[in-house]
Design a protein around this ligand. Structure first.
Ligand SMILES: [Ca+2]
Ligand SMILES: [Ca+2]
Length: 308
């Protein structure tokens, strides 16, 4: 072997060695990077669990506040209605709010024991007219909820109409679980549903409207002959106080305005609690429907995680 050849060989060996070192370094830094990602993931999972736990704790705090509250009258001046401002909790932050679900029109009032409740159809009709939504949509909702399979005209729909869709499905023939169920009801599109959403709720049983917490539009729906401007005055009247009982509400209505005693009250049994928690980079939240029972306990009817 000539000297030139030997030098060439040594040169190649050095390059190979350098390459091996470089590769090892890359692998190591890759492994370190992976390790880092894994740590971040564990950290995030941990923060997520912590945030969830904190948000759940805030919901339970809401339950306790409602249990302490007096039941004869419920209004937005009470302690439960005070916003829980962002508080430091377990190295993160938590915020929450409770609102009265019975200030809204309960869509499940429309069908009681499988039968249509005409008085409630009239209330929802007034609400839809106030919101400039075609009230004929109500017929499809009645069919969706009533026990029978006979189509209510105009605009109604039962299995026959829904089974003809692609993909096909059947009418529920039962109460709504959630306002989002409206998306499956014939004629209801996003536009109408989102316009209705601030004013309606789907509760597990028929309920009265709480005139102490109902927005003006819901008061318009409740009372025959009440213009929106007058309803807004009633809401304004509430800012400094509340209606003590049904008679106290009635005496504030102009002559000729009518409503039925069975449709309204001044207290509530259902509330919606919302809690949001932030932990490190992670934010999570829960919404819960709370039912306050006559015996004193407040239970969670449903609990869902809020996607942000
Ligand atoms: Ca109360
Ligand atoms: Ca039906």
């Amino acid at each position: 072997m000539s000297g030139k050849q030997r030098r060439k060989q040594r040169g190649a060996a050095v390059i190979t060695a350098l390459l091996i070192v470089a590769l090892a370094a890359t692998t190591a830094s890759f492994m370190m990077w992976q390790n880092y990602l894994w740590l971040r993931q564990v950290e995030n999972l941990d923060a997520q669990a912590q945030a969830r736990w904190t948000a759940r704790a805030a919901i339970n705090w809401g339950r306790a506040v409602l249990e302490e509250d007096k039941r004869d009258v419920d209004h937005n001046g009470e302690q439960w209605a005070t916003l829980l401002p962002p508080l430091a909790a377990e190295g993160g932050k938590v915020a929450g709010a409770i609102r009265d679900a019975q200030g809204l029109f309960n869509l499940n009032n429309l069908v009681r024991d499988g039968k249509v409740s005409q008085g409630d159809v009239v209330i929802l009709t007034r609400l839809m007219i106030a919101l400039e939504i075609d009230p004929n949509l109500i017929n499809a909702l009645l069919d969706w909820m009533d026990a029978d399979s006979e189509v209510t005209y105009p605009g109604g729909a039962e299995d026959m109409q829904y089974l003809a869709l692609d993909p096909p499905y059947r009418a529920a023939n039962r109460a709504l679980n959630d306002v989002d169920d409206l998306y499956r009801v014939q004629g209801f599109r996003q536009e109408q549903i989102e316009r209705l959403r601030p004013f309606v709720v789907a509760l597990p049983l028929a309920t009265t409207i709480n005139v102490n917490t109902a927005p003006a539009e819901v008061l318009v729906a409740l009372c025959a002959g009440l213009p929106l401007a007058e309803a807004k005055k009633l809401v304004e009247l509430r800012t400094d106080g509340h209606f003590k009982d049904q008679a106290d509400f009635r005496k504030n209505l102009a002559e000729g305005i009518q409503l039925r005693d069975e449709d309204y009250n001044v207290n509530s049994g259902f509330f919606i609690a919302t809690a949001r928690a932030r932990q490190g980079r992670v934010q999570t939240g829960y919404q819960a429907l709370l039912e306050r029972l006559a015996e004193g306990k407040t239970t969670i009817v449903w609990l869902k995680q809020i996607e942000e």
